[in-house]
Design a protein around this ligand. Structure first.
Ligand code: BGC
Length: 762
């Protein structure tokens, strides 16, 4: 289906009229993008591009930020180039531009598409003021392996949740109309299946069945395309032996022919040139041709298109019609955005962290907090929410007062905007707060690794020099003994060890933080652990020994206030895990929607104890199969009761479901707040197809709703089920529904037990 935003008015006529006037060099110029600012990948040329822009040979620029800088280039393009075609300025705006919101994985933990939309809308506004009209977001790669550092940019492990968020991000950036002065063009990335890099090692190959590719990995990109995303970024990885940046199957057959995408595709950074490393062609001309013919319209920071395409058209190797089609796609976005009429950015007031934006950032961050554990402590009861009368509270940990790391990976915001945990707690408690850092984020080997990392500059690594930990841990222990309760804020260096090129095989706290935690816990003082990280970490020791654990991710500029909101009960936590937290790295990739095995029959193995007496089972001998904290998990300060779910109709004929794609039944459930404080529950619906021609996961999320409930209040929640929820890919790789029975569960996590069923009959 053509994208209405891109076909608005007479865009296509304008594109064709312009195309007719263009020389071959000018056409190819629209297909190249250069980085003229800082580098976000290897080998940035960092040149100025005035001459090429004046010749009309630069279609887009990346990393040129600030109205003064973008306007300068735009003036050259509009005034000196022959056809006055505006440049499109792109930037990685990942979780806010200046106002840094929580990382995308945290936003996914809110299970609140409106929150994602708000973040995207605010980002668009700020990016526009910086001269940016195109953002490289949302990233919707399904991430089932937290060894892969880019899980931080994702919506986690589940295609249904990720698709809902993908739509919201796109709607927030584009607002249904990319010509608005406060909209930006979005770019869904990285197409495709980048998150399934083998062994969680970034840039590695992916290899999977077409059914899994379509049913799991492609779904969120499809959702973004349906939401009207203007552009798509191809990924670095290969898929089943074909590099994604030269893959006609995904880029043309699926994306364009099946999904009707009519925006343009940009390669990832240098990915066209990297096709040489993938060894699918002996020279630059060959790989550039393969990328272009496969469907990559624009070459990001790699000048292979700029230097090889025109000659290949002249020699007859590439039909000019292929170039024309790619140019059309790029120009369509530029016209639809209104760039020809409004190429410049009006310089505005300098960004300031206004109280309104801070309030929005805090509200979003509040929703992202996941209370993993809140067990009663003998003689004290549950530690959370913290009684504000608690006399002395000790705060420890290298994440407690580190603004840069609280901003999280890939943030452009200013660390001086961040309110840290220490600052927020200090404000609340005054001299009732005892604070010590306790240890650094890094020691020994970690620090050595970072010293060799050059991406982004060496300064931060030097600031993170290891400090002698034994002494500082002893000081923290002494301080803990004077307090009634200790809060430990621990994690990993989010700005350095998370995001791109940040795969890890050890997923514990870095440096001596675990030692600090164990030492403070050994004092016998009640301990609250606040985890600040952009990936699921292994919290096995803490899970067994620490009574209260809050997953706070990387919360952004309002980190301190948001964490305190939840710790002190001003906000009742409502976040739910968008990715499973493992017991051991060896379980990865770990996700709830696993396929069944033959041993045991029909088995959801998640609760299989590792010391089961039966040997021949699909399980580990030395650890449970289950997650330490499963997908969808998150506690509240109140409790919710679920009624037995019902279906509005117990069965429906397969023909009807296939014919009209409308919901055929509604699953209804009553959710009651049976505690004494108000709370928000994320009600989740899971299904299992119990008899399909292709085996289906033991559980799949197919609906969710955030429900706010006062104490004692009950709300009836309904979820529609129809083709979209019930269908799967058969052996012919067609989406279908067959006669079967679906088991259905509704509850507050992927462990939901309230059950009903629905039949599809002949
Ligand atoms: C990343 C992309 C990013 C691009 C531009 C690449 O290294 O993979 O996600 O958009 O750089 O900075």
């Amino acid at each position: 289906m053509p994208n209405a935003q891109l076909a608005a008015g007479n865009v296509n006529e304008q594109v064709d009229a312009l195309l007719k006037k263009m020389t071959l060099e000018e056409k190819v110029g629209q297909l190249v993008q250069y980085s003229a600012g800082f580098a976000t990948g290897p080998s940035a040329s960092n040149l100025t591009y005035d001459d090429l822009v004046a010749k009309g040979q630069v279609g887009s620029m990346i990393n040129v930020v600030g109205a003064d800088k973008t306007n300068r280039y735009q003036h050259i393009a509009m005034e000196k180039s022959r056809l006055h075609i505006p440049i499109l300025f792109g930037l990685d705006v990942i979780h806010g531009d200046h106002t840094t919101f929580p990382i995308p994985l945290a936003i996914a933990a809110s299970w609140d598409p409106e929150a994602a939309e708000t973040v995207a809308r605010t980002s668009a506004l700020e990016a526009r003021a910086d001269g940016i009209d195109w953002v490289f977001s949302p990233m919707v790669d399904i991430a089932r392996d937290p060894r892969w550092g880019r899980i931080v940019e994702s919506n986690g492990e589940d295609p249904y949740l990720s698709s809902a968020l993908a739509r919201a991000w796109v709607n927030g950036y584009q607002q249904g109309d990319i010509s608005r002065p406060d909209s930006v063009a979005a770019c869904v990335k990285h197409f495709a299946a980048y998150g399934a890099a083998i062994a969680g090692r970034d840039y590695n190959a992916t290899d999977m069945s077409e059914i899994t590719l379509r049913q799991v990995y492609l779904e969120p990109y499809r959702a973004a395309v349906e939401a009207g995303v203007a552009t798509v970024m191809s990924s670095f990885n290969s898929i089943n032996g074909i590099p994604a940046t030269a893959d006609p199957f995904t880029l043309t057959r699926i994306l364009r022919k099946e999904w009707g995408f009519d925006g343009f595709v940009v390669s990832d950074w240098g990915a066209v040139a990297e096709l040489l490393n993938h060894a699918i062609g002996a020279d630059g001309s060959t790989v550039a041709r393969k990328a272009l013919e496969a469907g990559v319209d624009m070459d990001m920071e790699g000048d292979l298109y700029g230097t090889t395409i025109a000659a290949q058209v002249r020699s007859g190797k590439i039909p000019e019609s292929v170039v024309d089609e790619a140019v059309r796609r790029v120009l369509r976005v530029k016209f639809a955005m209104g760039l020809f009429n409004h190429p410049y950015t009006q310089p505005g007031p300098a960004y300031a962290a206004t109280p309104e934006r801070r309030a929005t950032a805090r509200k979003v961050a509040d929703e992202t907090m996941v209370l993993l554990k809140n067990d009663p402590v003998e003689g004290v009861g549950t530690l959370l929410p913290l009684n504000s009368k608690a006399k002395k509270i000790a705060l420890f940990g290298p994440m407690a007062d580190d603004p840069q790391d609280l901003l999280g990976a890939w943030s452009a915001g200013n660390p001086s905007d961040v309110i840290t945990l220490r600052q927020a707690l200090q404000e609340r408690l005054g001299d009732r707060l005892l604070y010590a850092r306790g240890c650094g984020l890094l020691t020994g080997n970690d620090a050595n690794v970072l010293k060799h990392v050059t991406f982004g500059g060496p300064e931060t690594a030097i600031e993170n020099e290891p400090i002698p930990d034994d002494k500082t841990i002893a000081e923290a222990v002494a301080l803990a003994k004077q307090a009634d309760v200790a809060i430990l804020a621990l994690g990993e260096p989010t700005n350095w060890m998370e995001g791109e090129a940040s795969s890890r095989v050890h997923l514990g706290f870095t440096g001596s933080q675990e030692k600090l935690l164990e030492a403070v816990a050994a004092t016998g003082k009640p301990v609250i652990l606040v985890v600040l990280a952009g990936r699921p970490l292994v919290l096995t020791w803490a899970g067994a020994h620490v009574p209260a654990i809050l997953e706070a991710w990387s919360p952004g500029i309002e980190a301190g206030p948001a964490v305190m909101d939840v710790l002190f009960g001003d906000v009742n936590p409502s976040g739910k895990l968008p990715a499973s937290l493992p017991r051991a790295v060896g379980q990865e990739p770990l996700y709830y929607a696993q396929l069944p095995t033959g041993r045991p029959a029909h088995g959801d193995l998640s609760h299989m104890p590792y010391n089961s007496e039966e040997k021949f089972l699909s399980r580990y001998l030395d650890e449970e199969n289950s997650a330490l904290f499963p997908f969808g998990w998150g506690l509240s300060y109140t409790r919710f009761r679920y009624s037995t779910p019902t279906v509005s109709r117990a069965e429906a004929p397969v023909g009807q479901i296939l014919a009209d794609h409308q919901p055929v039944t509604r699953v209804g459930v009553d959710v009651t707040n049976i505690g004494s404080v108000a709370g928000t529950e994320v009600v989740q619906l899971y299904i299992r197809n119990t008899a399909a021609s292709v085996e289906q996961p033991v559980r799949e999320l197919k609906g969710f709703a955030r429900v706010q409930l006062a104490p004692g209040q009950t709300q009836h929640v309904e979820f529609p089920l129809g083709f979209d929820e019930l269908s799967f890919y058969n052996v012919d790789v067609e989406r279908t529904v067959e006669p079967t029975t679906y088991d259905i569960w509704v509850g507050g996590s992927s462990l939901a037990t309230a059950e009903t069923s629905f039949k599809v009959v002949e």
